[in-house]
Design a protein around this ligand. Structure first.
Ligand SMILES: NC(=O)c1ccc[n+]([C@@H]2O[C@H](COP(=O)([O-])OP(=O)(O)OC[C@H]3O[C@@H](n4cnc5c(N)ncnc54)[C@H](OP(=O)(O)O)[C@@H]3O)[C@@H](O)[C@H]2O)c1
Length: 346
């Protein structure tokens, strides 16, 4: 009897075990099937991401070559034929503006310089006309004076067929500083010089270009337009304005034959950034104004928004791809060091 019960219990245990094993193997099959599904889904996402990255890398490389290499290998574009005989450059007695004016003169354009210092204007004007055998002229104007300089500029440019306008004039903070430490004068100057000058000069020159159905406007913004940069808040904000203004204006007037370019360079060794030991001198990523201008001019007509210089393009791409909070922390850290250096060397 007890042997029979034992047999019965064993049989029941066997059936239960077999059922459990069966259930377990079913569950295992289901889990591995759903795992396969997730692995396949992940593989598809990974492949899509890789393809996208490869396509964008190929596209970026092509744009970089098209913009910064091919124009320098092939023959130069005839800027006079493409846009017109005269170019106006603001802030052109020093730095980028002077170098850009010289580069345009080298390509045969007559130059009108606009800056605030008459003696410097006379000297640069003479030097350009003698060196490059082009006509030159100048207008004395202080862009920090609000609406004051524009009637005279308008009058002086009345009968000139302007092909290229370079809105280069700009001011920088004396050194990176907290917003409340800046004087009211600095706040107004930044608006008048960095923002209003580009608006007003364009407003004066653009109608003539539209009439001729050709012309180019180059607005010098800055790499600081790409991410919020603490302690350089109003400078960066003014350059974001210039960048936005250029890009929107390009779409507005491209169909009328006008090419508007936003230049967004990083550091260039000029007197504007001489307070900083990193940018005071020319180095691997900090070109001289002449070197920069020669690259930047060759991008005219090819890109509506560019750093103008291939090494800056690498920096810009990296800066743009950083999350905003990382960029802000890094730039705050660097700006504080530069501020401290500037204050101690005072
Ligand atoms: N240097 C950089 O690292 C860098 C980087 C990105 C963007 N940028 C931008 O590039 C542009 C040129 O900068 P830069 O480094 O060549 O500057 P810069 O060496 O200081 O030269 C500025 C030029 O503008 C003139 N100017 C200054 N204030 C003026 C005013 N109120 N009215 C009329 N003219 C005035 C100056 O005349 P004076 O000779 O009389 O002073 C000089 O000719 C600016 O818009 C700047 O924001 C510069």
């Amino acid at each position: 009897m007890s042997a029979l019960r034992l047999l019965g219990i064993s049989a029941i245990m066997l059936v239960i075990t077999m059922a459990a094993v069966d259930r377990f193997s079913l569950l295992y099959r289901e889990i591995s099937r759903s795992c396969n599904f997730y692995i396949e889904a992940l593989a598809i996402v990974g492949a899509w991401y890789t393809v996208r990255k490869c396509v964008s890398l190929a596209f970026d490389t092509y744009s970089m070559l098209r913009l910064h290499v091919i124009p320098r290998l092939g023959g130069e574009v005839d800027l006079v034929k493409q846009y017109g005989k005269w170019a106006v450059v603001t802030g052109s007695t020093d730095g980028i503006g002077k170098a850009y004016a010289e580069e345009l003169a080298k390509r045969g354009l007559n130059i009108i310089l606009v800056s605030r210092n008459k003696e410097k204007l006379e000297a640069v004007s003479r030097s350009i006309s003698e060196t490059y055998k082009v006509e030159t002229d100048f207008i004395v104007a202080d862009f920090s004076k609000g609406r004051e300089p524009y009637p005279a500029i308008k009058e002086a440019l009345k009968d000139r067929e302007i092909g290229i306008l370079v809105n280069n004039v700009g001011m920088f903070n004396a050194y990176p500083d907290y917003f409340t430490n800046l004087s009211e004068d600095v706040l107004w100057d930044m608006i008048h010089i960095n923002i209003a000058s580009a608006n007003m000069m364009t407003h004066i020159v653009l109608p003539g270009m539209v009439k001729k159905k050709k012309g180019a406007i180059v607005n010098v913004s800055s790499a600081f337009c790409c991410q919020p940069t603490p302690l350089l808040t109003i400078y960066g904000a003014s350059k974001s304005y210039v960048d936005y203004f250029s890009r929107a204006l390009h779409y507005e007037y491209a169909s009328k034959g006008i090419f508007v370019q936003s230049l967004t360079p990083s550091a260039i060794a000029t007197k504007m950034v001489a307070f900083n030991s990193f940018t005071a001198k020319r180095s691997v990523f900090v070109p001289s104004a002449e070197e920069y201008a020669s690259h930047a001019v060759s991008t005219l007509g090819l890109s509506k928004r560019t750093t103008g210089y291939w090494k800056h393009a690498i920096e810009f791409t990296l800066a743009e791809s950083l999350p905003e909070w990382i960029w802000a922390r890094i730039s705050l850290y660097i700006s504080r060091i530069v501020r401290k250096q500037a204050l101690t060397s005072k």
